[in-house]
Ligand binder design. Structure first.
Ligand code: BGC
Length: 475
C-alpha cells in the first residue's frame, strides 16, 4: 500500500472507529453524570430527608459501592454475553436507578437506587473502555480510549450545569440521567460486537467483517484477524486465578493496573468533584461556589483534549509523570493557601469579600484539575484496557476497575468528615492527596512500560521479566 493509500485507509477506518467509540463513550457520560449530579443534588436531598453529614456521605458513596459490585460482575459478563451487551445492561440499570432516585421518599430508598445507578456505571466502566480498546486500531487507541474520559468529564459538566440552572430541583437532576442510560442502551444495540470477543466465541467470519470496517482494509483486517486467532487459541481456557499463579507477566500487569486504579482515586480528584462547593466555601469563596464548581467542570473537559491530542504522540509515561507531578505541586499549593484562611472567613466577615489566599488556592485547584485531566484521568483507563492478554483481559479489567471504585468510595466517605473537622481541615485533605501523588509518581516511573502504538497482542510481552525493564527504558 502506498503512503497516500494507507493515510486514506486510516482516515476511513478512523471515522468508523470514532463513531463506535462515541457510542461506547455514552457510558462515560453516565459515569460522569453520576459523579457530578450529587455535587449539587446533595443539598436538596439533605434538606428533603433531614440528613446529617454521615448520611449524606453514605448517599454520595452508595453509588460507588454499586459501581464496585458492578465492575466485579462485569468482568465475567463481558466474557459471557460480550462487551456490547454488558454495556446495554449497564444502561438499563442506570436508567432504572435514576428513575428510582428521582422518585425517592426517604434516605433508604435513595441509597438503594443510588446503588443501582452505580451497578450500571460499574458495568459500563469495565465494558466501555474494553470495547473501545478492542475496536480501535493501534495508532489511535490512546485517543479513542481518551474519548471515554472526555465523555466522563462532559457528563460531570452536564450535571454541574443542570445543577446550576435549577439548583433546588434535585429530582429532575436524577431524572435527566434516564436519558443517558437509554442512550447507551439504544446506541450499543446498533454497534458491532468486539472482534476479539467474537473470535473467542468462534464467530470468525463476523469478526473479519467488523475488522474490515475498523481497519478500513481487507489485508489489514485479515492480518489482524490472524494475530487475534493465534492469541485467542493460546489463551483459550485461561482463568484468572490459574494465570495469576502461572504467569508472572499477568501478575505484573495486574499489580500495575490495580495500583494505577487506586492511585487515580487517591490523587484526590473526586474530593473536588464530589465536594467542590464545600471546599470552595472553606477557602472563603462563599456566594460563588456553585458557579466556580461549574467552571471546574468546564476546565476538566477542555484539558482532556490535551491528552487526546498528545497521548499517541508523546506516549503514556511522559503525560502521566508530568500530570501527576503538576497535580501534586498544585495540591501542596492549595494546602498552603488554605492554611492561611480562617475557616468560614468570608461568611464570617459578612461582606462576601474573598481572601487573597482563597483566590490563589482557587488557581491551584484549577491547575490540579488540568493536570489530572491530561494524565491520570484518561491514561489510567487506557493503560488498564490495553495491558492484559485477551484470555484474562475482562476479568483483570474488572478487578482493576473495582479497585478504582473502592478508592472513590473511601474518598467520598471520608473527605467531608476531614474537611469539617476543625483541627484537620482543608489543608490536611490536600496534603494527604499530595503525599499519595508522590507515591503515584514513583510507582508510574518504576512500573509502567510505554505502550504507545503497540498492538494489543504484543503488549503482554512487555511484562515478561526480560522485557519489562527495556520497555520502560525504551520510552
Ligand atoms: C475518574 C473519575 C473522576 C473523573 C474526573 C475519571 O477518570 O475515574 O473518578 O471523577 O475522571 O474527570
Amino acid at each position: 500500500m502506498t503512503t497516500a493509500q494507507s493515510k486514506d485507509v486510516q482516515a476511513r477506518s478512523g471515522s468508523y472507529t470514532v463513531a463506535v467509540a462515541l457510542v461506547a463513550a455514552v457510558g462515560g457520560l453516565m459515569f460522569g453524570y453520576d459523579i457530578g449530579v450529587i455535587s449539587f443534588a446533595k443539598e436538596g436531598v439533605k434538606n428533603a430527608f433531614k440528613l446529617g453529614t454521615f448520611e449524606i456521605e453514605v448517599v454520595v458513596a452508595a453509588v460507588l459501592a454499586g459501581s464496585f459490585a458492578g465492575a466485579i460482575v462485569a468482568g465475567k459478563l463481558c466474557d459471557r454475553i460480550g462487551r456490547r451487551w454488558t454495556n446495554v445492561w449497564g444502561g438499563i440499570l442506570f436508567a432504572v436507578g435514576c428513575l428510582g432516585c428521582s422518585l425517592s421518599y426517604d434516605f433508604w430508598m435513595i441509597t438503594a437506587f443510588r446503588i443501582m445507578m452505580g451497578l450500571g456505571v460499574g458495568f459500563s466502566s469495565v465494558a466501555g473502555p474494553l470495547y473501545i480498546a478492542e475496536i480501535a486500531a493501534p495508532w489511535s487507541r490512546g485517543a479513542m480510549v481518551s474519548l471515554y474520559q472526555l465523555a466522563i468529564t462532559l457528563g460531570i459538566l452536564i450535571a454541574f450545569l443542570i445543577g446550576l440552572a435549577m439548583p433546588d430541583l434535585w429530582r429532575i437532576h436524577f431524572g435527566i440521567g434516564i436519558v443517558l442510560g437509554l442512550g447507551l442502551v439504544f446506541g450499543m444495540l446498533v454497534m458491532p460486537p468486539s472482534p476479539r470477543w467474537l473470535v473467542g466465541r468462534g464467530r470468525v467470519d463476523t469478526a473479519l467483517g467488523v475488522l474490515k470496517r475498523t481497519t478500513g482494509s481487507d489485508t489489514a483486517a485479515k492480518s489482524e484477524l490472524e494475530a487475534i486467532k493465534v492469541r485467542v487459541k493460546e489463551e483459550a481456557g485461561e482463568h484468572l486465578l490459574t494465570e495469576l499463579s502461572r504467569s508472572p507477566a499477568v501478575r505484573r500487569a495486574l499489580f500495575l493496573a490495580f495500583g494505577l486504579a487506586l492511585l487515580q482515586q487517591f490523587s484526590g480528584i473526586n474530593a473536588i468533584m464530589f465536594y467542590a462547593p464545600e471546599i470552595l466555601k472553606e477557602i472563603g469563596l462563599v456566594k460563588h461556589e456553585y458557579l466556580l464548581t461549574a467552571m471546574i467542570g468546564v476546565v476538566n473537559v477542555l484539558a482532556t483534549f490535551i491528552a487526546i491530542w498528545l497521548v499517541d504522540r508523546l506516549g503514556r509515561r511522559v503525560l502521566l509523570l508530568a500530570g501527576t507531578s503538576l497535580m501534586m505541586l498544585s495540591q501542596i499549593g492549595i494546602g498552603i493557601f488554605a492554611f492561611w484562611i480562617p475557616t468560614g472567613a468570608a461568611a464570617a466577615d459578612g461582606t462576601g469579600s474573598v481572601p487573597m489566599a482563597g483566590i490563589f488556592a482557587l488557581v491551584m485547584i484549577f491547575l490540579a484539575i488540568i493536570a489530572f485531566a491530561f494524565s491520570l484521568g484518561p491514561l489510567v483507563w487506557l493503560v488498564i484496557s490495553e495491558i492484559f492478554p485477551a484470555g484474562v483481559r475482562s476479568a483483570c479489567v474488572g478487578v482493576a476497575t473495582a479497585a478504582n471504585w473502592t478508592g472513590a468510595f473511601i474518598v467520598a466517605l471520608f473527605t467531608l468528615t476531614v474537611l469539617e473537622n476543625k483541627s484537620l481541615g482543608t489543608s490536611s485533605v490536600f496534603w494527604i492527596f499530595a503525599g499519595s501523588n508522590i507515591v503515584a509518581i514513583i510507582f508510574i516511573y518504576l512500573k509502567l512500560p510505554e505502550t504507545k502504538g503497540a498492538k494489543l497482542e504484543d503488549i503482554e510481552g512487555f511484562f515478561s521479566a526480560k522485557n519489562s525493564k527495556s520497555a520502560r527504558d525504551h520510552s
